[in-house]
Design a protein around this ligand. Sequence first.
Ligand code: GLN
Length: 487
Amino acid sequence: MKLYEKTAFELSQMLKNKKCSAVELLGDVNERINNVEDKVGAYVTLNESAKSQAEAVDKAIADGREIHPLAGIPIGIKDNISTKGLRTTCSSKMLENYVPPFNATVAQKVADAGMVITGKMNMDEFAMGSSTETSYMHLTHNPHDTDCVPGGSSGGSAAAVAAGEAIVTLGSDTGGSIRQPAALCGVVGLKPTYGSVSRYGLVAFASSLDQIGPMGKSVKDVAMMQSLISGHDAMDATSKDIAYPDLLANLTDSAKGLKIGVPKEYFGEGIDDEEKQSVYNAIKLLEANGASIKEISLPSTEYAINTYYIIASAEASSNLARFDGVKYGYRAKDYDGLTDMYEKTRSEGFGDEVKRRIMLGTFVLSSGFYDAYYKKAKLVQRKISQEFSEAFSECDIIATPTVPSRAFKIGENIGDPLKMYYSDVCTVTVNIAGLPAVSMPCGKSSYKNMPLGMQFIADKFKEQTLLNAANAYENLVGGFDVISKAL
Ligand code: GLN
C-alpha cells in the first residue's frame, strides 16, 4: 500500500515510530499529484515551501523533540482560507493575484502543529456553487468518474482526498459545501457547530452560516483535525469560549444505546431511490447492532432552500461590497471616474453566479422587500432551529441522505441554477440552525460505483456524540474505501 492511501491516523503512528519520514510521505503524495492532477484538477496553487516544512518535522523527530500527532501530515487548504505568503484566490478573477499578509487562525494552527501544507484547493467562486464549475480557474473532476463533478463548493478539497493528492483537507461549509462534495467523492467531511472553529481569515460568504471544517478518509482523521482547529479565538467575535474535548481520545465505536432520529421529510420526492435505500440499509445495520430508531418529523424542511438562499445571498451582497478595486484584488484597466471604476471592476472581476447572488441579496434587503423576504426568512430560521431542538430531546443524532443523488455530469446543471441549488436540500438546514453534521460514504451507485453519502446531525457542540455515531458505523462496515481506483 502506498503512503498516500493511508489515513492521517495511521501515518501519524508511522511517523512517530519512524516507519517513514515526513519528507518521504510528502514525496509519495507529490508523486501522486504528478500522476493524477492533470485528470482531477484539485489544486489552484501548489505550495513551494512544503518540502522545507516536511524537513523541519523530520529534524524535530531526529532531535527527539515532542511533536503534534498531526505533524508531517500533508494537508490541502481550500482557497478561501488566508495563508500568509501563499496565494488565496477564492477561485475568482477578483483575487487571482492576492497573496495574504496574514494567516487565518486555522492556517496558523495547522502550521503550528507542523502539518505540511501541500497547496490551495479549487472551489466554486467565493464558495457559491455545488459543483466547483463556477471556479474562474479550471474545472475539478470527480476522481471516481472524471466526467462527473466533485460537488462543491469545496470540490478541490474533497477530490484531493479521494484521489490521494492530500491526506486531509480543509473546506468551508455555508450550506453544504463540505458535506455535499464529501458525499459525491466518497470521503468523510465534518461541518462543525457554528462558533466552534474560528472564521478569522476565512473570506466571508455568509458570516452567520460559514464554518471551516475537515475532510479525510476516516472518522478518526476528521476527529483529530477538528480537535486541532476548534477553540475560542479572540479574533472572531462569534467564536464560542467553552472547553472543547479531545475528540480522538474520547472516540467510541459502539452503536449500543444510540438513539437515531429519522426525519421523513428527508426521504421524500426528489431523493433518488438508491440514495434513500443505502441510508436505510445503514440505519438498519446500526439498529441490528444496538441502536434504536425513531421516525421523527421536521416539518419546516420544505422551506429550507428558500430560507437559505435569501439569508446567504443577503449576507453575501454585503460581504462582497469590499471588492471594489480600491483595497485589494482586481481593478479594471480603463475607467472614467470612481463610479465607473467600481462598476467595471465588479462587472469584470466577478463571475455570473456571484453576480446573481449579489443581485438577489441586494433585492431581498431593499426597503420595499425586506419584510417580505429577509425578515420572513429569519422567522423561518427560528422555526427550523426549534424543530431541531425538539427532535434532540428524543434522539442523539438524526440520520439523513447527504445529497439527493450521486455526482452529476459536468455541465449537466450549470445552466439551471434552481436545479443546482436543489443539491443542497439535505444540508442547508444544518447551517440555518448552526448545528454540527458529518457526511460519510454509505454505499455505491449502480452507475459506475459512484459513492453515495449519509449525513448524521447532532445538537450544538455535540461533535463527540456525532463522531462516536459515525465511528460506530465506520467500524460496522470495516472502514471506508476512499481512494479512487478509476484514475
Ligand atoms: N451550494 C451552496 C451555495 O451555493 C452552499 C455553498 C457553501 O456551503 N459554501 O450557496
